[in-house]
Design a protein around this ligand. Structure first.
Ligand SMILES: Cc1cc2nc3c(=O)[nH]c(=O)nc-3n(C[C@H](O)[C@H](O)[C@H](O)COP(=O)(O)OP(=O)(O)OC[C@H]3O[C@@H](n4cnc5c(N)ncnc54)[C@H](O)[C@@H]3O)c2cc1C
Length: 535
């Protein structure tokens, strides 16, 4: 195919070098298009980046860290990123959650040993676990294929429906539709498996009773069981580096420190972008926007170019909660007491499913949670290159309200993040760790707190500290993402495609929104070429 490069621009201009922007850029470059990716920050990767600013010789993933979705994603597999230097690491155990009675709920990739541990804690739970995993085996790959392709999922959807309509798929369909609390309570007597499932639903903004929590909790847990929670050797940024290297090999270009201020539209078609510095880059075939939907519609694209239904839809767009993330450089491993039988990479800190319900309710009601649910990562345990031998590169994050109205804890915090509340809330998070790892504080060499506004300063897509590109609740998923009727990557503007996590299927590092946008752009261009008799 001949490239139709225009002065200062390219066939495709991609706004944002997040994983989705880079996946989109790679796919259009594979088709022979010239492509330039414009990134506001001084570093590519968006929420997939690593830095060394916490302490010398320590590498911390600034945002995301574990990539089960990438491991299960057909598009990521098709990019063959291992050829471009990506190496995956796995911790000895995938996930753990210490319980107040001194036991641990542990997930390893060996289903038999997971089942044996659950059975020891509560006889019968082992067989129930193996049954759940077998049910997943029957539908999981088709389900993931459907979720990670454009909606409606034509290729994977029909076989998926056929499998879901008969046993054991029927049981899985019911499990998927349940809230994650009832899913756990129906199947298991012990707290361990219930808590792992519910905690995994808590990676997105799902309370244990919420619609969709069963789907998300089950998917995350079963991906952990089957593909693990892998992390790139050397840091999350190694995944970005591989995407950039692959793109550059195909002639694509990533320009850093370029803030795109406008997508220019002429006669209903995106024709160029204008940067904050006033430079105009023409887009010969498409603009692919890896930006949050409300920053695209009515932001980069002026309202006057948008139909009323899009303007009204975006006015009702719902963000996911805000996030506080803390990174620690530790002189020694986390002193868990008791230590888990097998060391997990990812650790949830949550006493019970009931506690998770209360915490979710507090966040939903605008209160800073008294006992925040922590998602944490032992990164040196997962990948020894992250810090010197015998130390630990560690992080934790938790969800907090976008608009703080009260503090459910005893500190009277107001959510004034830039004036000290971030450090005080981080102390609350650290106190939770101290409960299960006495002496944690004495091992801290350095600590960095990323408050909601700080997260957004480092990545404009993390609006108010939302990490998912908008709520993952069902009312804003599938055909409702980002607004009702726009379930696909196309937008009301010809030649403009939404390529980021605000598009179906949402947040997580799987590259699906980027791939959907690239494929939609290529298909639209083919149709236009046929109409124009170009080929
Ligand atoms: C703290 C945190 C932890 C997470 N943990 C995990 C995890 O462990 N596993 C997982 O799978 N997912 C995780 N996620 C979610 C996942 O990282 C994101 O869903 C995913 O990376 C989104 O990719 P994206 O390409 O859509 O957008 P982003 O990664 O947000 O990239 C968008 C890029 O566009 C740039 N940009 C925005 N506006 C402009 C503009 N006007 N001009 C130029 N450039 C612009 C931004 O600077 C950014 O680089 C986490 C996210 C966060 C924030």
């Amino acid at each position: 195919m001949t490239s139709r490069r225009t002065d200062g621009g390219a066939d495709a201009v991609v706004v944002g070098a997040g994983v989705n922007g880079l996946v989109a850029a790679n796919l259009v470059a594979d088709a022979g298009w010239s492509v330039v990716v414009l990134e506001q920050q001084p570093t590519a990767g968006g929420a997939v980046r690593t830095d060394s600013e916490v302490a010398d010789d320590f590498r911390h993933d600034t945002f995301s860290a574990f990539y089960p979705f990438a491991a299960a994603s057909p598009v990521m597999a098709s990019l063959d990123l291992e050829r471009w230097g990506l190496r995956w690491c796995h911790a000895p155990a995938v996930l753990g959650n210490p319980l107040p009675d001194g036991s641990w709920a542990l997930l390893t990739r060996d289903r038999e040993s997971v089942a044996a541990r659950f059975d020891r804690a509560h006889p019968g739970d082992g067989a129930a676990w193996l049954e759940l995993v077998q049910q997943w085996d029957a539908v999981g790959p088709a389900l993931m294929g459907s979720l990670l392709s454009p909606f409606p999922p034509v290729r994977h959807g029909v076989p998926l429906l056929a499998r879901l309509a008969r046993e054991p798929g029927l049981a899985t369909a019911r499990a998927l539709l349940s809230g994650v609390r009832s899913l756990g309570e129906e199947r298991f007597g012990g707290e361990g498996p219930r808590l792992l499932l519910a905690g995994n639903a808590g990676h997105a903004d799902f309370s244990p009773e919420g619609a969709g929590s069963g789907i998300f909790g089950l998917i995350m847990t079963m991906l952990g069981q089957t593909v693990g929670f892998p992390a790139p050797e050397g840091g999350a940024g190694a995944l970005t580096d591989a995407l950039v290297r692959r793109l550059e090999d195909r002639g694509g270009e990533v320009r850093l420190g370029v803030d795109v201020a406008e997508v220019q539209v002429e006669a209903g078609r995106a024709v160029a972008v204008r940067t904050a510095d006033g430079e105009r880059l023409a887009a010969g075939r498409a603009v692919l926007a890896d930006v949050a939907a409300p920053r695209l519609y009515g932001g980069l694209v002026a309202d006057r170019h948008l139909p009323a239904r899009t303007r009204h839809g975006i006015a009702r767009f719902a963000w996911d909660p805000a996030t506080v993330k803390v990174d620690w450089a530790l002189s020694d491993p986390v002193p868990w007491d008791p230590a888990p039988e097998v060391a997990p990479g990812c650790v949830h800190i949550c006493d019970s499913v009931d506690e998770l319900t209360l915490t979710s309710a507090q966040v939903a009601a605008g209160s800073l949670p008294a006992r925040p649910f922590l998602l944490t990562g032992q990164m040196t345990t997962t990948d020894p290159t992250r810090s010197p031998p015998g130390t630990e590169s560690f992080w934790a994050y938790t969800h907090v309200p976008q608009q703080v109205r009260a503090d459910a804890g005893a500190d009277d915090l107001t959510g004034d993040w830039d004036r000290g509340d971030a450090e005080r809330f981080a102390d609350r998070m650290q106190a939770r760790l101290e409960r299960y790892a006495p002496g944690f504080g004495s091992r801290v060499i350095a600590r960095r707190v990323l408050s909601p506004p700080e997260l957004e300063r480092r990545n404009a897509n993390l609006v108010g500290g939302a990490i998912n590109g908008g709520t993952a609740q069902l009312q804003q998923s599938l055909v409702f993402r980002p607004v009702p009727g726009l379930g696909r990557a196309g937008t009301p503007i010809r030649g403009l495609f939404l390529a980021g996590a605000s598009a179906h299927p949402g947040g997580g590092v799987h590259g699906a929104p980027g791939a959907n946008a690239a494929r939609a752009a290529l298909a639209a261009d083919r149709r236009a070429a046929l109409r124009a008799g170009r080929r």
